[in-house]
Design a protein around this ligand. Sequence first.
Ligand code: GLN
Length: 493
Amino acid sequence: MDKALCSLSLEEARKGLLRRDFTAFELVESLLRRIRETEPALNACLAVFEDESLKQARAMDESGPDPSKALWAVPVTLKDVYNLQGAPATAGSRMLKDYLPSYEATVVKRLREAGAILIAKTNLDEFAMGSSTEFSAYGPTRNPRNLAVVPGGSSGGAAAGVAAGQAPGAFGTDTGGSIRQPAALCGCVGLKPSYGRVSRYGIIAYGSSLDQAGPLARTVSDCGRLLSAVAGPDGLDSTCSRRPPEDYVNLKEKAPGSLTLALPRELWEASFHPAVKETLDGALELLKAAGVGLKTVSMPALRYSVAVYYILAAAEASTNLARYDGARYGYRAEKYGDLSDMYKKSRTGGLGREVRRRILLGTFVLSSGYYDAYYKKAAQARRLIRDEYLKTLEEADFILAPVSSIPAWPFGSFTEDPLTQYQLDIMTLPLNLAGGPGLSLPCGEGSDGLPVGVQLMGEPFKERSLLEAGLALERMFPKPPDITRSPLTLPRG
Ligand code: GLN
């Protein structure tokens, strides 16, 4: 069969499988070949399930296509924070190098029920803390559009793999932008569902009031199909909403003339890299020409987003990560004195610098005497941001914002400068603080050849309408070049 099966979008792959244009085995083989060919350059995968996926594909070919399954024989990757039985879940950390989960995440269970073939687990910043995938204990992932720059993060492996043709779809998590930002920097589509739309049971936690699982793919409708397989109530996660999910598959593209988008001045008037600025300006022109209503709005509370997010996320991380103490899970130092020395050496040896920095910050803002000044204040300011977000959506259908003020950056640019890296998250953090759904999609590429993305944000639990608007924008914007067959060879030396 044609070696280009790795270039098919998820919808195309599904249709071809159901029509028996090719077998599940051929599709999986083609993706595994692509993974083998690109991994030396990318380092997007932490584990590849070659034998299991081929075996599953063969069994599915024998029993024959089942169109009632949303993802019949569709290969998908998972960020390495999802618990999957029989494979380690490392969270990109040395701490969990040998951790074998004894149960599966609800997302994983639902993907299996929908017929998906889970082919690989992808690289990430340790415990999903970061924006470049450089903080993985297993080495950074490279951006397939330019191997000299980062893929974004923390779901950098997921985005790089999807853009490069390793899989037509992936699942990541987004606490402060980790689905949307790598999708934008690698030139693919990423959807952060509303807080509570998808179960977080069995997903290694970072900031529990912000974390949300969601898909990445090369098209908007592929993201819809992936969401449809996993969304909905889950008795195992009390923070998962009981609202029934909508239909995210049979979407009706919105008419551009029917759309009004709010453009928050606080985000659009930020200082941009010239290549990003020219691309965003071009995208706004395309929207206007298509008849989309654009309305500049003011959301003054957004200026607190970075401070609020980094206080709340660090506080929640410090409590979530307290369980990694060397006694119960994962890594334990080999030599230590008393019990507290064992904790100290195990945590210092098992956790990377950025994670330790956040645990320290989180513990500080939660400590007595500082709680009111930092944590409580941040929680109050978060409410202001959410109120402002919802109010803006009373006057417009969606909020439109850039995803990153700079294109994918060279390795090492910010690893010694955490505050600058935190500031770069300003575009994506407000959505998690507000709890709404957001869709990031490519809107062109800059003169430097790197992709640029915009994000549409909508009312909580209105993912269907968000995807329908996304379809309209996707049609207006130039498609990123197809690199699913490009050789990704590293320059020598
Ligand atoms: N870059 C942000 C952080 O480091 C967001 C990460 C995420 O969404 N997981 O916290």
